[in-house]
Ligand binder design. Sequence first.
Ligand SMILES: *Cc1c(COP(=O)(O)O)cnc(C)c1O
Length: 388
Amino acid sequence: MSYLAKNYNRKKISFKFGKGSYLYSTDGKKYLDFVSGIAVNSLGHAHPKLVKTIKDQSKKLWHVSNAFQIPEGEKLAKKLCKKTFADYVMFQNSGAEATEAAIKVARRYFYSIGKPKKNRILCIKNSFHGRTIAAIFASGSKKMTEGFGPKVPGFDHFRFGDHKSLKKKITKNTAAIMVETIMGEGGIKEIPDWCLKDLRKLCNEKKILLILDEVQCGISRSGDFFAFEKSKVKPDIVPIAKGIGGGFPIGAVLMNKKVAKGMTPGTHGSTFGGNTLAMAVGNTVMDIVSNKKFLKNIKNLSKYFLSSLNKLKEKYPHIIKEIRGRGLLIGIQLHKDQTKFIKRLMDNKLLTIRAAENVVRILPPLNVKKNEIYQALKIINKVCLESK
Ligand SMILES: *Cc1c(COP(=O)(O)O)cnc(C)c1O
């Protein structure tokens, strides 16, 4: 009997240890881990540099209050700002906290310029921004909000790709549009570059803020440090989490100078957010994944992976409907429910995870080796063959 609450439908498998792209189960089997803790283990398991960072830092200092200076956090914030659109960073512990903080920054900005009624956030219906009370109502998903009322006010919704409804839903009280650059849980659906550009233009015209949630698609996952970089669009606020900690819980919200003005002393805080041990890990992850050569390698691996998957799609058009994604954030959309397919991949020692719209989501570590992708492709081919 398990004393854990039943809020997850867990697979009957557990792991003893991991190394690189592999997980070793307690019953002695070796799995290719293409889930990476859902885009979290960006450097795979037990990366020597991360192990060393934790070892060294854990002997010196783990945690001090944000009442004091934290040099490791200063260092990571500087790296994030030098690399991106951002001027300031506020550290949290998770993605949901980061998206909530993003909402707070947007509202507080308009409050600080004397427009407190401009506080509504416009989001995509059935998107995903985390599981806190505000974040579930931001998602507008019936399934996630059911039984958790009363409804949190302040969120409006439009459907993915429905530009008419998006424009209609903007009112004088809209503070920000918040969307995922690439929808992760929603089925690896990208907002095309031209749409991102139009969104930015629309926000400028209506004097509202653009929040791009890069909790899943950010931190080099897409082959660029941020997925929106390719479009040349500059957002105002960007929540991040997952990949930046490499397995250590870290979240953050990045913001430009304009909106940061509202965040004066006392307006937000987090006991654990940005603590010394977390920041030491974040610095090591950042140094590796933001490196130009590292990013170029992700793009090359992605090209190989995506083109090979597209060949499988041509070979099995009755099974695979569409190959989606960018970088190492990949979705295989099937014609029918993906549960059995994922189970068969697992029986063949390849771990993947579901997303909406019958998508098998594939998230290898960002330092995955080409021959590991080759192994995964062989398994996917075998499962397609047997699914006939
Ligand atoms: C995972 C995710 C979140 C929530 O992150 P948690 O760390 O689980 O709170 C928010 N936004 C997006 C886009 C995500 O993929």
